[in-house]
Design a protein around this ligand. Structure first.
Ligand code: SF4
Length: 216
C-alpha cells in the first residue's frame, strides 16, 4: 500500500518500472520475472535486448539545441518506483524533457508500454519538479514514434498499476495462467502452458461440481 511517509515507503517493496509493463501485459509473466527470477528468451525478446543495447551504447550528444541522454536512471520516492530511461531528450528553449522508450514491435492495444512511459514521466516530474505533458514510444517494427499524452486517466491508471504490482510482488505467488492472444508471443509460453492450465482448472471444477451433485 502506498504511504505518504517517504522514509517508510523505501522500507517497503520498491517496484521496478519494467515490472509495471510486465504486469499490464500479464501478471503471471511479471511474477515469473520479478518473483521467481526466471527468464525465457525468444526471438522477440532477443531482438528487444539487441535494440536496447544499441540505444544504450551511444553517448550523449547535442544537436541543434536538443541534447539526448541514454540510460538515465530515475526514481520516485513517493511512489516507490525505480527505472532507467532508454532516451531522454532535453530541449533548452523552451525547456522541455521528453522520455523516449524503445520497443521492438508496434503500437499495442494494451496500455502496457504507455504505463511504463507514464511511470518514467512521474519519476522525472518528481525529480526535476516540472510537468511533462507528453512522451514518446519508438517502435522498431514500424520505425515510428508514437506520442503519448500524459493525461489524467493514464496517470491514475499508472498509479493503480503500481499498487497492484507492489501487492503482487509482496504476495510472492505465481498467479493462475489465463490464456490470452498475447500468450502467442510470450517467451514463457512453453514454461507456462496456459491452455493446459485452463483445461485442468475447468476439469477440476467440473469434477468438484460432479462430486457435489452426487453428494446431494
Ligand atoms: S504464456 Fe500467457 S499466461 Fe503465461 S505468462 Fe505468458 S502471457 Fe502470461
Amino acid at each position: 500500500m502506498i504511504t505518504t511517509d517517504k522514509s517508510m515507503l523505501f522500507d517497503e517493496q520498491i517496484v521496478p518500472i519494467s515490472a509495471l509493463q510486465h504486469y499490464v501485459f500479464c501478471p503471471r509473466q511479471c511474477a515469473y520475472i520479478h518473483i521467481e527470477r526466471v527468464w525465457d528468451a525468444n526471438y522477440l525478446t532477443a531482438h528487444g535486448d539487441q535494440l536496447h543495447e544499441r540505444v544504450h551504447s551511444t553517448d550523449a550528444e547535442t544537436r541543434r539545441g536538443l541534447r539526448t541522454e541514454r540510460g538515465v536512471q530515475v526514481c520516485s520516492e513517493s511512489l516507490g518506483i525505480v527505472g532507467k530511461l532508454d532516451l531522454l531528450e532535453v530541449k533548452q528553449k523552451p525547456f522541455a524533457l521528453t522520455p523516449v522508450e524503445y520497443k521492438h514491435g508496434k503500437s499495442k492495444i494494451s496500455d502496457c508500454d504507455r504505463v511504463q512511459l507514464c511511470a518514467q514521466v512521474l519519476c522525472l516530474e518528481e525529480m526535476r519538479e516540472i510537468m511533462i505533458s507528453k512522451a514518446a514510444l519508438w517502435y522498431w517494427q514500424v520505425r515510428k514514434r508514437e506520442w503519448v499524452e500524459m493525461n489524467d486517466p493514464l496517470r491514475a491508471y499508472t498509479r493503480e498499476v503500481i499498487e497492484q504490482t507492489r501487492a503482487l510482488l509482496a504476495a510472492g505467488h505465481l498467479p493462475h495462467a489465463e490464456y490470452t492472444p498475447g500468450c502467442k508471443g510470450c517467451s514463457f509460453l512453453d514454461r507456462c502452458r496456459p491452455k493446459l492450465k485452463d483445461t485442468s482448472t475447468r476439469f477440476s471444477e467440473a469434477l468438484f461440481a460432479c462430486h457435489e451433485e452426487a453428494a446431494e
